[in-house]
Design a protein around this ligand. Sequence first.
Ligand SMILES: [Zn+2]
Length: 112
Amino acid sequence: MLHALQQITHYSLHLAFPGLIACIFFREDWKKAWFIMLATMLVDLDHLVADPIFDPTRCSIGLHPLHSYYAILVYFLLFFFFKTKTIRILSIGLLFHMFTDYQDCLWMRLSI
Ligand SMILES: [Zn+2]
């Protein structure tokens, strides 16, 4: 039951929530904004350098290169140092991706 709830939360935050953010904050370009935020899932390619590549009990944050605290700092700085809308949407998408992965870590602690 807890695992199912975690999965629903995870995929809702990865897929549907960015769409909601796009509709609320980027109303005129919501499709583009949603697409860019969905594209931030490409940072999960850094799992390919981990061994094993996929481990459902592993917390990504702070472990994988593109999920490291340094990377998260860069995603944060992108928002403030680049004034273009596309980069800011990318920054929001990346930070929201990290938030989604982080809440997964909290679910894992809950299920131990
Ligand atoms: Zn991730």
